[in-house]
Design a binder for this molecule. Structure first.
Ligand SMILES: Cc1cc2nc3c(=O)[nH]c(=O)nc-3n(C[C@H](O)[C@H](O)[C@H](O)COP(=O)(O)OP(=O)(O)OC[C@H]3O[C@@H](n4cnc5c(N)ncnc54)[C@H](O)[C@@H]3O)c2cc1C
Ligand code: FES
Length: 258
């Protein structure tokens, strides 16, 4: 069962650039950190965004007592505004939202692309037997949280498209080299990466879950802005649209139609 969601006022404790366009924010708030499960997200009302009212979704990267951390990339107006906020600022937050990852079985692999490594961090943190973690990015500037996953006790391997760190190539190549008896995979990253993983997983005898990053409006299942195609044997066409915010963002890999 999903934990109850809350709407709370959060205080920004820290908000700093960790690398290039990537920032880490630490927020103090009631209820949400205690209820958050790995893979869930929060919907953030960014203050002072005068003409744009929609909340922005961010994965819950980490929680400690009453604090919750986000790892985010500046890609547009909302994230740019978020990156400019100073500690002490108050933000309106709704969460935790969405369906979480299943707990990891003993022989697991996490695959993360870019800021997708934020969505899978709590999953690795909670796992009694630590997963092998594969992190992919365009260049070394996009490889995040390697040390943090290692500090949890995970073995971490890296690939970059330009070869500036780890294996030169795609994270799917890294996965093909790395699989060694694991039977479960959990992943978050750009849609093309998730599609490539879903295509590859059957040949590597891997089952698992993928967390989708889709643009959202309401974030609570009311507007259908975030839909994705999933298999449905009860539908005449064999598929239906699922709302990523409410039925995901985590889906069984076998269920998704890319
Ligand atoms: C469940 C979920 C979890 C997420 N977790 C994180 C996270 O942990 N860290 C993080 O940095 N981002 C995360 N995102 C993406 C984040 O929500 C968007 O980057 C953000 O809303 C962009 O806001 P903006 O106003 O800066 O950009 P906008 O001005 O709205 O858009 C700028 C550009 O970004 C694109 N964009 C907007 N939303 C998304 C999206 N959801 N996915 C891909 N491209 C998008 C737009 O098409 C446009 O090209 C997550 C999204 C979802 C749905
Ligand atoms: S964002 Fe409104 S239904 Fe998902």
């Amino acid at each position: 069962m999903q934990p109850p969601k809350s709407q709370v006022k959060a205080t920004l404790l820290r908000n700093s650039c960790i690398k290039g366009d990537y920032f880490c924010a630490e927020l103090q708030m009631e209820a949400i950190p205690q209820n958050a499960l790995p893979g869930q997200f929060i919907h953030v009302q960014i203050p002072d965004l005068s003409h744009r009212v929609l909340r922005r979704p961010f994965s819950i990267f980490n929680v400690e007592k009453d604090t919750l951390s986000l790892l985010y990339k500046v890609v547009g107006e909302g994230t740019r505004q978020l990156s400019a906020l100073a500690p002490g600022k108050e933000l309106d937050i709704v969460g935790p939202l969405g369906c979480p990852f299943s707990p990891l079985p003993d022989k697991s692999i996490i695959v993360a692309g870019g800021y997708g490594c934020a969505a899978t961090f709590l999953l690795a943190k909670n796992a009694p037997v630590k997963p092998l973690v594969l992190i992919g990015g365009r260049s070394k500037e996009d490889i995040l949280l390697k040390k943090e996953y290692e500090a949890l006790g995970c073995e971490v391997r890296v690939s970059t498209d330009d070869g500036s760190m780890g294996l030169k190539g795609r994270v799917t190549q890294l996965l093909q080299q790395a699989v060694n008896g694991q039977n479960w995979l959990a992943a978050c990253g750009p849609i093309p990466m998730l599609k490539a993983l879903a295509d590859l997983m059957p040949s590597l005898n891997l089952k698992g879950e993928l967390s989708l990053d889709k643009a959202m409006c309401c974030g609570v299942g009311a507007c259908f802005a975030c839909v994705t195609k999933v298999k449905d044997t009860s539908s005449p066409d064999g598929w239906r649209y699922a709302r990523v915010c409410a039925e995901g963002p985590v889906f069984n890999a076998e269920e998704l139609i890319f």
